[in-house]
Each structure stands twice: as structure tokens, then as C-alpha cells.
Design a binder for this molecule. Structure first.
Ligand code: MLT
Length: 405
């Protein structure tokens, strides 16, 4: 008789966004006449911009001719895209990243879930709390999180770094030393950002303790303030301790198109000289046949002059939503955070409601879907996340409905 991977059996419940989707479809079925506004999962609503669409069309045409047809993509990514990212993303930041340290993938979710595979099973993991659930769940699957305490929502072998209003949602350096530290800035779910000086402290800490930081920069395009780093490689010494994960989903609307990349610098090595970069390349070679050519061409178009202008307009559109949500809820007396350098608004639930109580309350009374903060970890209890990725009209209607409650 076959046996399953018992680590999977330790996962409590279903994935957060699947749980929400189930609840919303049950509500919709019971209330078919209600117009539901979805500000839950961070999925974009604006169509792909013309520069991207044109690149997709041209690439599809190339596939139709024997002369230009492409089969398997290089598993680490096409050179044209790796070089464009080096030149258009990292060089302008003064950050040294080489093309052969950039690994193109089908998105940041897969990379942030898969990266743990190249670390040993006894790796001690530290996460911010609240946290994007993928980091913890995949380490559960990797068998390194210990036992789960349903009462506290904590895993025994994970170092949790609470992020609350008291520390502006930026964790302090942990007292117990981890091997692997997950950081996400601008943050999902709280919308908080970190200054370059604070991030430098994390880089120094990781180098001092020979830890590795997995830095999720999926939301960097939403940074509007000076002094907020777009990449961890803006910090001195990051090349010896930091892996950075990037996405095309939120900065260019590729949630349905799928494209992302991860940077693993050659300087991150074990004492025996094993490079993490080589392990990640080995994994890609074995488990991945490369992101599709047409999608990588679309990704390249994001960095063209018109691609930058058009995606910049999309970002401005979502940030107008963010401002509307933030200001509207503040006027209505809510305590609201985020929404300045990130497309997420994090709010304190009213009347001491739990996060899930507020979820139900909002769904039933305003027909608005958000994400319960506790779904991201115990420190998210009593908070709630709204995304700015809806249409402007729906965003305005949702906030007006919430204000009228
Ligand atoms: C979220 O809503 O947290 C994100 O959309 C999830 C993701 O990017 O996978």
C-alpha cells in the first residue's frame, strides 16, 4: 500500500484563499441577487497593457513559422530577458546582479514556495507574523516546522517575528538565531515598507550569523516614498546572504500570464564552497522546462519605454484605489495602515471583532470580500486586509457601502 508524505498531513485546513473562495461561493449561491465586490485575493483587474499585448502577438506569430518557431525554453530563462532584467531593473539601482544569477520562472509564488527545497531539513526558519502563507506552508511540506498548536496557530520549530502597530509592522531582529529568514517588503499582507537603513540591519545580521534572507520584492513597483529600497541588493553585503524573488504579476498584470524570477548571487556559499546558485540551477534543470517564449517576450516588453509608461499608469490607477480605501476608512473611524508603498490596506477590525467575524460581517452586510488578518498568522488576529487591485468603480462602491454600515 502506498504511503503519503506525512508532512502534508500536518497542514491545517485548506490554503487561505481557497477557504475564502469556498465561503464566498456559498454566500453567492444563497444570495444570487447580491452584487459581491471582491477585494480579497490580490488579483489584478486591469487588462495587460498594449506594449505587452503587441509583444505577445509578435511572439505568437514567430511560433507559426518554421524559421522562428521555439521549442523548449532554456530552463533558466532566455538570455534576452535575463540581460534586460540585469540592465533595466538592477543597474539603475546601482545593484550588482549578473544575468547568470537571474532565474526566470512561472511566478513568485512557485519560487517562494520552492526555494526551501535547497535547504536542509533541519534549517531553522524565521518568518514575520503575519506572513504570506506560502512561506510557512511549504516549510511544513519540507518537514522542518515541528508540531502545530491549533490554540495559538504557531508551529513549534518556526521563529515568529510579530509585526503589529506597535513596531510599525516591521519585525525586530530575532533573539533566537535562524538559518533562513523570510522578509517581504513592501509587505503582504500589512502594506508596510522598510527603510534602507533598517534593511541594512537585517543584511548585517544575516551575514554575521551566516543566515540566508529570502527577500520577496513582488510589490516593489508600488513604492512611492524616497528612502524605501526597491531591492535588497541596494544594501551593502546583500550578495553574500540574500536571495531576491520578483514577480511580473503585480507590476505588469501577469497574474494570469505567469512570469517571475529569482536572483541567487554566486557569493552565497556554504563553508565548503557549495553555491546556492548552483543548487537552484540544478533544481530548475530537473523540475522546470522554462517559462514559455511568448510570455518571456511579453515580460521583456514591460521594460520597453512604452511598457514602463503603460505599466506605470496601471500602478497609479491601483494606488488611487489604495488612497480611496485608506482615506475613506480613516474618515469612517477605522485604524488603517499600508496603502502608501503597497497595494494593500491593513485595518484594525472594529468593536473587537475577530478577523473572521469581520469577514462574515462585511460579506453579509456590505457584500464586500476581504481577507481576514488571522489567516496570515496569529499576529494578524483582529486585523483585516483589503486590496487596491479592484476596479476604481467597485472600490468606491465597496468603501461607500462599508462607510454606510
Ligand atoms: C495575495 O492575495 O496575497 C496574493 O495575491 C497571493 C499571491 O500573490 O499569490
Amino acid at each position: 500500500m502506498f504511503k503519503v508524505n506525512e508532512d502534508y498531513l500536518k497542514l491545517p485546513g485548506s490554503y487561505l484563499f481557497s477557504t475564502i473562495a469556498k465561503k464566498v461561493s456559498a454566500f453567492t449561491e444563497a444570495n444570487p441577487d447580491k452584487k459581491i465586490i471582491r477585494l480579497g485575493i490580490g488579483d489584478v483587474t486591469q487588462p495587460l497593457c498594449p506594449a505587452v499585448i503587441n509583444a505577445l502577438h509578435s511572439a505568437v506569430d514567430e511560433m507559426a513559422s518554421a524559421d522562428t518557431f521555439k521549442g523548449y525554453a532554456p530552463d533558466l530563462g532566455y538570455e534576452f530577458l535575463r540581460e534586460t532584467i540585469r540592465d533595466k531593473v538592477f543597474k539603475p539601482l546601482g545593484a550588482q546582479v549578473e544575468a547568470d544569477e537571474i532565474f526566470i520562472s512561472d511566478g513568485a509564488k512557485s519560487d517562494s514556495g520552492n526555494i526551501q527545497e535547497i535547504f536542509s531539513r533541519d534549517t531553522k526558519v524565521a518568518v514575520c507574523d503575519p506572513v504570506y502563507p506560502v512561506y510557512v506552508d511549504t516549510n511544513v511540506m519540507g518537514g522542518r516546522t515541528g508540531t502545530y498548536d491549533a490554540a495559538t496557530g504557531l508551529w513549534s520549530n518556526v521563529i515568529y517575528m510579530p509585526c503589529t502597530a506597535d513596531n510599525d509592522f516591521v519585525a525586530s531582529l530575532p533573539t533566537e538565531v535562524p538559518d533562513l529568514i523570510y522578509l517581504c517588503f513592501p509587505n503582504n499582507p500589512t502594506g508596510a515598507s522598510i527603510t534602507k537603513a533598517r534593511l541594512q540591519e537585517w543584511v548585517d545580521y544575516a551575514n554575521e550569523h551566516k543566515a540566508v534572507i529570502v527577500y520577496d520584492a513582488a510589490y516593489e513597483a508600488y513604492i512611492s516614498e524616497e528612502g524605501v529600497p526597491h531591492s535588497i541588493y541596494e544594501c551593502e553585503g546583500a550578495r553574500t546572504c540574500a536571495i531576491e524573488i520578483r514577480s511580473f504579476s503585480k507590476n505588469a498584470g501577469f497574474t494570469g500570464t505567469r512570469l517571475g524570477y529569482t536572483v541567487v548571487p554566486k557569493e552565497i556559499k556554504t563553508d565548503d564552497g557549495v553555491m546556492l546558485r548552483d543548487l537552484w540551477a540544478r533544481r530548475h534543470g530537473t523540475k522546470f522546462n522554462g517559462a514559455p517564449y511568448i510570455i518571456q517576450k511579453a515580460g521583456e516588453a514591460v521594460f520597453s519605454e512604452e511598457g514602463q509608461k503603460q505599466t506605470g499608469e496601471q500602478i497609479a490607477y491601483y494606488m488611487k484605489n489604495a488612497a480611496y480605501i485608506k482615506n475613506g476608512l480613516a474618515e469612517a473611524g477605522y485604524s488603517v495602515y499600508g496603502g502608501v508603498n503597497a497595494p494593500y490596506i491593513w485595518l484594525k477590525t472594529p468593536d473587537n471583532m475577530t478577523s473572521w467575524e469581520f469577514f462574515d460581517f462585511l460579506l453579509e452586510n456590505a457584500n464586500v470580500v476581504g481577507t481576514p488578518g488571522s489567516g496570515f498568522g496569529p499576529s494578524g488576529e483582529g486585523y483585516f486586509r483589503l486590496t487596491a487591485f479592484g476596479s476604481y468603480e467597485n472600490t468606491v462602491e465597496a468603501i461607500n457601502r462599508i462607510k454606510a454600515l
